[in-house]
Ligand binder design. Structure first.
Ligand code: GDD
Length: 331
């Protein structure tokens, strides 16, 4: 039975990846911060399933900046594969807490690389890198060779971590993979990311539970795919014979306004009646034209996104309607 260790297991990607790895017959170990609550978390069902928790799924308390406890978890879990997904992942927030973003996103990755090198059996290592490393890119679309030009503290810390994974791969032979993840969303997305915020608001307004939706820059564009597809890419990348970097993206750009239009159309409302711009949600700088070229992932891993932008936003909005109506939804 292969053994995997996931940092950030309680997040959107961590929960989908856990389900995928359990289906593939893995024993899954997750690192959980002491402050996280598992009740009502995305792992709630698995955590409360006696056939899963304690049998094929194990959770360990540790902080990424506490090397002693983390080393202990590594010893207990003895993983064949590590999926490093944890970190401060909100770009806007990284302007407010730049130091801790660099510590949690950049330095924590380096610390993990150092630790796994000391292991008797060195596990394969997946790092969730980000399209934010490209910032204001010189070329369009971006691929694995596009130079890094981050424009915010989050992107800079991810660029540092991405470089470190390459350095440990090229210098010390670690099987380290950077998955350069473009935006990926789902009904499990955190509420402060724009797609979930919009889908939830459209549903809440439809149900009379909210009056308006305040947004920042609605002309901002992103390459948005479905998180379920992207975690499959993570897993495939560690099964390949060689350690490589991969862009995971759809190759299609949409604006925040497109998200608004699709979500409000799903509930038959006119967005113009409800959406307002609010300075508080504007960022000091915006990356530009972040759109990925996933050709390499397709060629080497046979990876392709399977859910369209339109279907994803519609699904997210419909699920919000059910949730706000008090229905339990297994998404
Ligand atoms: N969050 C948020 N809230 N974003 C808004 C809002 C708002 O009210 N209004 C407009 N936006 C714009 C942001 O300025 C940005 O241009 C875009 O919507 C997307 O914002 P987010 O959903 O917060 O995602 P992100 O692109 O900044 O970062 C996400 O994707 C990266 C690339 O995959 C995060 O998941 C990162 O962790 C990830 O690396």
């Amino acid at each position: 039975m292969p053994r995997a260790l996931i940092t950030g297991i309680t997040g959107q990607d961590g929960s989908y990846l856990t389900e995928l790895l359990l289906e593939q017959g893995y024993q899954v170990h997750g690192v959980v911060r002491r402050t996280s609550s598992l009740d009502r978390s995305r792992l709630h069902d698995l955590y409360h399933d006696p056939n899963v928790y304690g049998k094929s799924l194990f959770l360990h308390y540790a902080e990424l900046d506490d090397a002693t406890t983390f080393r202990r978890v590594l010893g207990t879990a003895s993983p064949d594969e590590i999926y490093h997904l944890a970190g401060q992942s909100h770009v806007g927030l990284s302007f407010e807490i730049p130091e801790s973003t660099c510590k949690m996103t950049g330095m924590a990755t380096l610390r993990l690389l150092e630790m796994i090198q000391d292991q008797e059996k060195v596990p394969r290592f997946f790092h969730a890198a980000s399209s934010e490393i490209f910032g204001k890119p010189a070329e369009l679309p971006q691929n694995e060779k596009t130079p890094f030009k981050p424009v915010n503290p989050y992107g800079a810390s991810k660029a540092f971590a991405t470089n470190m994974v390459s350095i440990y791969r090229n210098t010390f032979g670690v099987f380290g993979v950077n998955g350069i993840m473009f935006n990926h969303e789902s009904p499990r997305r955190g509420e402060n990311f724009v797609t979930r915020k919009i889908c939830r608001a459209a549903a809440a307004i439809k149900l009379g539970k909210q009056n308006e939706l305040l947004l920042g820059d609605t002309s901002a564009k992103r390459d948005w795919g479905h998180a379920r597809d992207y975690v499959r890419g993570m897993w495939l990348s560690l099964q390949h014979t060689t350690a490589e970097d991969y862009v995971f993206a759809t190759g299609h750009l949409h604006s925040v306004q497109d998200v608004v239009d699709t979500a409000f159309k799903t509930v038959n409302l006119n967005p113009g009646d409800y959406v307002r711009q609010d300075q508080r949600f504007m960022r000091p700088t915006e990356p530009q034209r972040l759109v990925g070229d996933p050709t390499k992932a397709k060629r080497l891993l046979n990876w392709e996104p399977s859910t369209s932008f339109h279907d994803m936003i519609e699904e997210m909005t419909q699920i919000e309607m059910k949730r706000l109506d008090g229905e339990y939804v297994k998404d």
